[in-house]
Ligand binder design. Structure first.
Ligand SMILES: Cc1ncc(COP(=O)(O)O)c(C=O)c1O
Length: 411
């Protein structure tokens, strides 16, 4: 089996220095991109070039380095705007990552708009990052959280979603792609339904932006957030997109540094314009620039080719792993992206993960920060293989053979 003839996975792999290393004396097969993707040389170089050639603090200096650094950072913001299809860079906030983006919305939009008697809608498949910030706020503000449950294949229960919409929620917050199941949700349709019911929509894009072309205007979402490190960029940087009118109406969150207009003990503080109103303190400048380089890199590969390649890997993994005795897939939605989660009868996921590691195969085991989902399924966790641009069909074969061998040893 091969992926598209125009997709040269070996040329792509050659751009990732880490893929040439060995683990426990075996070639590394990295199937943990959903936790964090590896970095191509172009991203490593962009960050190193900035640090060795351009670094200065941004926005406030008249000297050449300050101006060059500002241009590079704001240039990266423009790359993100273009990648997401946003109208303006005023709608693109640099944040620490998906978790940080959701907390920002909870602490600003949420704190302003949610109170006693209100409700919001989340789903059973959310990552803790899209549950806990709302629970913390709900405890303080007294609103209710309603949860959309899943169908047996790991898709969301549409009928229950409609029932929850009939309660008039102020917010619907859900993930575009499930990190534990791989399910791709129909963001456009759900957003339209939520808007018809008068709700604001936040979408967690942590597992979609690495795999799919996303256009926030086409989806019409109000907030969309993702992490740099899952999109072949650095840790500690991410993006929160918000519609300008919403961001304008929201109070700032963190105070200090770049987010101010003027500060006075006598007259109080005024705030900067968007997007800076939400960017207090010196940001992760090199991270933002390298995130821009990561999006350039993904666009160089081509989002459609990347999606198609990973689709082949996911299908092939399902087919090959299905041959293993006692295999039970967790998440069999018709539309999946980049994730295969499974259990094997009589085998603890942790033991399987440990044996695979000895063979140089990196998978993740556990609850994947989705404890409410695992509880509902009545399982402690799964083994999860997740794919990136650099994985090959041969690696998937190696995974399936290793899983079969390890499972036979462990039973
Ligand atoms: C769906 C989803 N949401 C949120 C997060 C949190 O991302 P981060 O830790 O980068 O903030 C993750 C990370 O695994 C995720 O998969």
């Amino acid at each position: 089996m091969t992926t598209s003839s125009t997709y040269d996975v070996h040329a792509i792999r050659a751009q990732f220095p880490i893929l040439s290393r060995e683990v426990h004396g075996k070639p590394l097969a990295y199937f943990d991109s959903a936790a964090s993707a590896q970095k191509p040389q172009a991203v490593i170089d962009a960050q190193a070039r900035y640090l060795s050639h351009t670094h200065s603090n941004i926005h406030r200096g008249v000297h050449a380095l300050a101006q060059e650094a500002t241009e590079a950072y704001e240039g990266a913001r423009e790359k993100v705007r273009a990648h997401l299809g946003a109208t303006s860079t005023r709608e693109i906030l640099f944040v620490g990552g998906t978790t940080d983006g959701i907390n920002l919305v909870a602490q600003t939009w949420g704190r302003t708009n949610l109170g006693t008697g209100d409700c919001i809608v989340l789903t059973r498949m959310e990552h803790h990052s899209n549950i806990v910030p709302w629970q913390m706020l709900a405890q303080e503000r007294g609103f209710d959280i309603h949860v959309v449950e899943l169908n047996p294949d790991g898709t969301l229960d549409d009928d229950q979603f409609v029932q929850h919409l009939n309660r008039g929620p102020k917010l619907v917050a859900f993930t575009h792609v499930s990190n534990a199941l791989g399910t791709v949700n129909d963001v456009k349709r759900w957003t339209a339904a939520a808007h018809d019911a008068g709700a604001t929509v936040l979408v967690d894009g942590a597992q979609s932006v690495p795999h799919l072309a996303v256009n926030v205007q086409e989806l019409d979402v109000d907030f969309y957030t993702f992490s740099g490190h899952k999109t072949y960029g650095p840790t500690g940087i991410g993006i929160l997109y918000g519609k300008e009118a919403l961001l304008d109406a929201m109070p700032p969150w963190r105070g200090g540094g770049e987010m101010i207009g003027t500060v006075s003990f006598e007259n109080g503080t005024t705030y900067n314009e968007l997007p800076y109103k939400f960017e207090a303190g010196t940001p992760h400048i090199s991270g933002g620039i390298a995130l821009g380089a990561a999006l350039d890199w993904m666009n160089g590969v081509g989002m459609a080719s990347l999606t198609a390649h990973e689709h082949v890997l996911t299908q092939h993994a399902h087919a090959r792993l299905a041959e293993v005795d006692g295999m039970r897939f967790i998440g069999t939605a018709p539309c999946k992206a980049g994730v295969v989660s499974f259990l094997i009868d009589g085998v603890h996921p942790y033991d399987l993960g440990t044996l695979l590691d000895q063979l140089g195969i990196a998978v993740r085991t556990g609850h994947h920060c989705t404890e409410p989902l695992m509880d509902k399924l009545g399982i402690p966790g799964t083994v999860r293989a997740s794919f990136g641009a650099y994985n090959t069909v041969e690696e998937v074969d190696r995974l399936a053979e290793a899983v079969a061998r390890a499972a036979a040893m462990l039973r």
